[in-house]
Structure formats: C-alpha cells, structure tokens
Write a protein that binds this ligand. Structure first.
Ligand code: PEP
Length: 264
C-alpha cells in the first residue's frame, strides 16, 4: 500500500443541479458509491452540491447513514452571523456539512477572493469543526512563465500561516492549476506530484515534518475516469477534487478506480 493517508475524492458540482436534480442524481449514484466506500478501502467521498441543494442531498445521506460519503459546501463566509446578504456562516454550513471548499480559483477569479480571506475562512472552518479543502494553484500565464513555485509559496504562506496546530489534522489542500480546470488538459501526474511535494515541503517548514507527513493534498483539474488512477498512485497525491466528471453517473467508476489504485 502506498501510504497511510486516507484517499479523498471530493466532487465539486459548482453551479449545477438544483434541489430536485441534485436529489435525483444522488439517488442514482448512492447505492454504488456506498458499496465502494463500504469496502475495506481507506477512502472518503465528499459530495459538494450548490448551497441550495445541500439539504436535499443531506436528507438522502442521512436516511442511509453513509459513513464514508460526506457532504461539503463550495464556499462560506468567515463571520458568525449578521448583515451579509447572500452569505452562509460556518455555523450554518456545519449543521449539514462536514467539509467546505475554500479559495477555489473560480471564487478568486470571479469574486475577488484573496489569500487573506481564505485564511480567515480556514480559521472559521476550524473553529466550527469543519474540514476545509483549501484550493491553491497558478494560472496559465504564471505556469508558462515558470512562476508556479513562487505562486504556490505565496498562497501557502498567505492562506495557511498561523493555523492552530491542534486543528491541522482536519486540513486538506487541493492543488488545482487553473490551466487544467475544466479545460480537458489535466496536469501530468509528474507535474502534479512535484507541486504537491512542494506544498508538503513548504507546509513542513511552517508546521514541522510530522504535520506535513499527515497533510492530505489533492490534485484537481480535468480529472476523469481515464486518468484518476495515474494521480492516485503518485505517493504525494492523496486524492482529487473533481469538477465536471463528478456530475456524471460514471463518477461512481472514478471513485472505484481511485479506491482500487489507492491499494496499489
Ligand atoms: C474543480 O472544479 O475544482 C475542477 C477541478 O474542475 P474540473 O474537474 O472540471 O477541471
């Protein structure tokens, strides 16, 4: 077996599937997903529907008590409550979810989220017992200019500094090169593995070797049934954040491949 860290597959549905369609799709995939995650596999699957569809999916998961299938939000605000129209508080998210995706590149790109905000949200997630999946990654121009290392360093140091050490075990980082998201042009496992290795190294400089060895780092960017296995077998990659491919019934197959590859 490659490593002791749990393999995590998180499906980011983005702005797709309202409550009825989300419930229908969940019912379609749940029985098979449950069979896979109920095996001996050390695998966790997290479904991240749009906020308005979370209750519908929660109800289905709760009815079946699917212990290795959890629910995540795609974003939240860091304040506890108040006059923040349109936002969700950490407490609200925690009522139905175990996990929250933070700092996704689409949040950064279209809604101006900064590392400082992502840092505040990460602290808020910890405070409320949520598992943050913090997304980082360079854009195409930065990648082509050879600036990946510098961008990753800035994001790790900006979003992940001064976190409470007793909560570090809950943290998940997703390396998502922006040029690979939704483009069909996935990074090679070698590129993804090098950058996840760099993230682990930078994190280790901040929190020590033991914390770095325990950190879960996912890859995201055009992951499909066809390529998931090649990422999972890389020793530095602990799973995937999956966008487009998490909206199709063969997401189940993707999760199966991840489970099987994690045993190699
Ligand atoms: C994502 O939404 O985080 C993502 C990686 O999308 P896709 O898998 O569609 O590239």
């Amino acid at each position: 077996m490659k490593q002791a860290r749990t393999t995590i597959i998180a499906g980011n549905w983005k702005m797709n599937y309202g409550p009825s369609r989300a419930a229908q799709f969940t019912m379609e995939i749940l029985p098979q997903l449950n069979q896979i995650t109920h095996h001996d596999y050390n695998l966790l699957c997290i479904l991240c529907p749009p906020a308005i569809s979370i209750p519908a999916v929660h109800q289905l998961l709760h009815m079946g008590r699917y212990t290795h299938i959890e629910l995540g939000a795609q974003n939240m605000y860091f304040e506890e409550q108040g006059a923040f129209t349109g936002e969700l508080s950490p407490h609200m998210v925690r009522e139905l979810c175990s996990t929250v995706i933070l700092g996704h590149s689409e949040r950064r790109m279209y809604f101006g989220e900064t590392d400082e905000q992502v840092h505040k949200k990460t602290l808020a997630a910890f405070k409320h017992g949520l598992r943050p999946i913090v997304c980082i990654g360079e854009n195409l121009a930065q990648y082509e200019a050879g600036q990946t290392e510098q961008v990753i360093r800035t994001q790790v140091q900006g979003a992940l500094a001064q976190l409470p050490e007793e909560k570090l075990g809950d943290l998940v980082v997703a390396y998502e090169p922006i040029w690979a998201i939704g483009t069909g042009r996935a990074a090679t496992p070698e590129i993804a593995g090098n950058v996840t290795g760099l993230i682990r190294q930078l994190y280790g400089e901040m929190y020590g070797h033991e914390a770095a060895a325990a950190l879960h780092i996912l890859y995201g960017g055009s992951v499909t049934v066809a390529n998931i296995g090649t990422f999972i077998i890389h020793p530095e990659i602990d799973g995937a954040l999956v966008g487009g491919a998490s909206l199709k019934p063969d997401f189940v197959e993707l999760v199966r491949q991840a489970a099987e590859s994690s045993l190699l």
